[in-house]
Write a protein that binds this ligand. Structure first.
Ligand SMILES: NC(=O)c1ccc[n+]([C@@H]2O[C@H](COP(=O)([O-])OP(=O)(O)OC[C@H]3O[C@@H](n4cnc5c(N)ncnc54)[C@H](OP(=O)(O)O)[C@@H]3O)[C@@H](O)[C@H]2O)c1
Length: 320
């Protein structure tokens, strides 16, 4: 595992962050014991950075339980997912603190741009709550590079991180969001590096997810994207040769070799996935490796922004 400072002056975080949308039940039913064991296995394998959100079903509660007495040295990140006014923001933060059983959150992120109230009001309220000790650092997620720049300026350079969608399959964020953030001293912590399990190679065309799994009807598994994901998987498989890692781990490591990416947020459902994903943080790829892989997959990756505009205050559980 490698550790880096998040943004210009943020906390020191592991390059693998445990994403807890699956642990909350967002990707199908999960046994609480598997969820808790996945959290503990991640920490035991060097992960000090954990990501959750207001809208991740039971995730904050499970983290709260799993981390009792273990929070020292961890960097806990959550998100404000849905709000209509500034008092909703305070309530959401208080709920998150209660669920997580903590006095403060290390990194609090705005889950996505919302027009229901001016973003300036949201930032002002958040900075006020930060000064009262509710959280330490401010981040954003799913913001465009223009939105990041404008809100960072408005906040007086108080934004330390951005959380964009990014993988070897979905590369839109490398065009502007990640490099522009980097120029501002804002670290990118990228989500869905395994393309929600597609790059593990286990899903074949025609696969149907359970209705309670966010991947049911999700754009990642629509025909065009799925075929591209499988082609990339096959190319990576062949490229790996004698190397001592698998396609999932290579996909994760590939994201970490993009300038400006501080951590890859990997969703793990059980200890085996957690350990495997943590190990991906140690893979060293040379510039030559990256160039070779990029050459092979250049025309297969998707560069346009296909993530639809996400949840609003009225649809708190629609996942991007
Ligand atoms: N800011 C946002 O709007 C946003 C959006 C999405 C995600 N996120 C964050 O980013 C995290 C990661 O994204 P994600 O969970 O959507 O996708 P992901 O990390 O790309 O994929 C996670 C899924 O892949 C499968 N998987 C994980 N590790 C594996 C392994 N080692 N081998 C084989 N399969 C494996 C698991 O599902 P199966 O085993 O069932 O296939 C798991 O649920 C989330 O948990 C969340 O914290 C943020």
């Amino acid at each position: 595992m490698k550790y880096n400072i998040l943004g210009n002056n943020g906390p020191k975080v592991s390059n693998i962050c445990l994403g807890t949308w699956p642990i909350g039940g967002g990707m199908g039913k999960i046994e609480q014991k598997d969820a808790i064991n996945a959290i503990h296995a991640s920490i035991d394998n060097g992960v000090n950075f954990l990501d959750t959100a207001q809208m991740y079903f039971d995730s904050e509660n499970i983290l709260g339980k799993a981390l009792k007495g273990k929070k020292e040295n961890l960097v806990l990140a959550s998100k404000l997912s849905s709000w209509r006014n500034t008092s909703d923001i305070e309530k959401a933060l208080e709920n998150s603190l209660r669920n997580l059983q903590t006095d403060f959150i290390d990194l609090y992120q705005i889950h996505s741009w919302q027009d229901s109230i001016p973003m300036e009001e949201t930032i002002t309220k958040l900075l006020d709550l930060r000064s009262k000790g509710y959280f330490k650092y401010l981040g954003v997620s799913n913001f465009s590079s223009k939105q990041i720049k404008a809100m960072n300026e408005f906040s007086g350079n108080q934004i330390i991180s951005s959380q964009p969608h990014f993988s070897i399959l979905f590369r839109h964020s490398e065009i502007e969001i990640i490099p522009e953030s980097n120029k501002l001293g804002i670290g990118s912590i990228v989500y869905s590096p395994i393309a929600r399990g597609l790059l593990s190679g286990k899903y074949k065309p025609g696969h149907i997810f359970d209705k309670n799994d966010a991947r049911y009807n999700h754009h990642t598994f629509q025909k065009n994207q799925m075929e591209r994901g499988i082609r990339i998987y096959n190319i990576l498989s062949e490229w790996i040769g004698d190397n001592n890692y698998n396609e999932t781990q290579l996909s994760i490591a590939w994201t970490l070799h993009t300038n400006g990416v501080t951590s890859a947020i990997c969703g793990s459902k059980n200890p085996e996935q957690a350990v495997s994903n943590a190990k991906a943080g140690c893979i060293n790829l040379t510039q030559e490796d990256i160039s070779e892989i990029n050459k092979l997959i250049k025309d297969i990756s998707v560069y346009e922004l296909i993530t639809p505009k996400r949840f609003s205050a009225n649809q708190p559980h629609t996942h991007p």
